[in-house]
Design a protein around this ligand. Structure first.
Ligand SMILES: Nc1ncnc2c1ncn2[C@@H]1O[C@H](COP(=O)(O)OP(=O)(O)OP(=O)(O)O)[C@@H](O)[C@H]1O
Ligand SMILES: [Mg+2]
Length: 303
């Protein structure tokens, strides 16, 4: 009987040995994660296999929870199987901690880009305020609206393409196309998104932008879809073309679901258009202040 085995019998644990045995339980993909590698490094650098083993066990449980208890819905547009997607989803906890990936945040969710994870430009909307989000739609329902609208384009106006939505004990999210666009609110507020300054294209036509949106929303209404949350923060401007992109169907409604017997039912089409008018009025006021008379580059004379 060797020295190490005898120690084991006497109750002395060989943590180094235990660590490597436990590490074998991880699948190949999980072993490539930065978290796994960080734990391995901790063990290598400090030789503190006891601490590393306990971190490894926690990571294992977290990872299994996500891999086994995640449901993925309506995957399309990505050449990837469900099992690999689950590994990607398990890595979203790391994405969520990386503020450099943040494209924008609203009252209920944060949106992070997934560059380097998928071949096509994708981002993930992760709900952080589930209680408030649930006052509107479920993420699956929001996903459903983007699916319905993925082939709808009116005068160049469209919505981001959805890839899949998912939920597990820790997180609910929607993976969709990452738009090369800024939300109009952030342009007014003079922000920077993921390292790029939010600016309108130099030849931006404000009236054209809003008349395109009006046509788009009229078309949506003819399809029986009401957006329900039209505001500058949900209207994006394509960086290159200046065309509008409409986001955030978290409060959208279908005409077919409305209780037509309710005489007090609001006129949703009318309120969408009224919301669009007030967004336009605000944008126009800002535009008049910041763009030189007679056209030309926005100059931000207020600054
Ligand atoms: N597909 C996308 N591509 C790039 N940026 C996006 C995309 N979707 C959302 N964003 C950015 O993330 C922000 C938050 O997204 P979203 O509006 O869906 O969240 P929310 O919490 O539901 O917002 P709200 O406060 O309007 O309810 C947007 O304002 C926008 O700046
Ligand atoms: Mg929003």
């Amino acid at each position: 009987m060797s020295e190490t085995q005898r120690e084991g019998r006497e109750g002395v644990v060989d943590y180094e040995d235990e660590f490597f045995k436990f590490a074998e339980k991880f699948d190949e993909t999980s072993r490539k994660t930065s978290k796994f590698r960080a734990i391995e490094k901790l063990a290598d650098d400090d030789g503190d296999y006891k601490a590393a083993l306990s971190k490894l066990k926690i990571f294992y449980t977290e990872r299994r929870n996500v891999l086994e208890k995640t449901s993925v819905n309506k995957i399309e547009g990505l050449e990837i199987d469900e099992e690999s997607l689950k590994h990607d989803i398990a890595n979203f906890a790391i994405v969520q901690g990386d503020q450099e990936r943040l494209l924008g945040n609203g009252a209920v969710a944060e949106v992070f880009y997934l560059r380097g994870i998928y071949k096509s430009d994708c981002c993930v909307k992760i709900v952080y305020n589930e209680k408030m989000y649930a006052e509107g739609n479920s993420l699956e329902k929001e996903h459903g609206f983007l699916q319905k609208l993925q082939d709808v384009e009116v005068d160049g106006v469209r919505t981001p393409k959805p890839f899949y939505s998912f939920s597990n004990l820790k997180m609910k999210g929607l993976v969709m196309e990452e738009l090369d666009a800024f939300n109009f609110r952030r342009i007014i507020d003079g922000f920077t998104t993921a390292g790029i300054k939010d600016e309108l294209p130099s030849d931006f036509d404000l009236d054209g932008y809003f008349s395109k949106l009006k046509k788009y929303f009229n078309h949506l209404h003819s399809l029986g879809i009401y957006h329900g949350d039209i505001a500058l923060r949900n209207l994006m401007v394509n960086r290159k073309t200046g065309l509008p992109v409409v986001i955030d169907f978290g409060k959208a409604r279908l005409a077919s679901e409305l209780d037509k017997t309710n005489l007090n039912l609001p006129d949703y089409a009318k309120s969408d258009l009224a919301a669009l008018d007030s967004a336009k009025a605000e944008a126009k006021e800002w535009f008049a202040k910041t763009v030189r008379k007679g056209g030309g580059e926005p100059s931000n004379i207020d600054k």
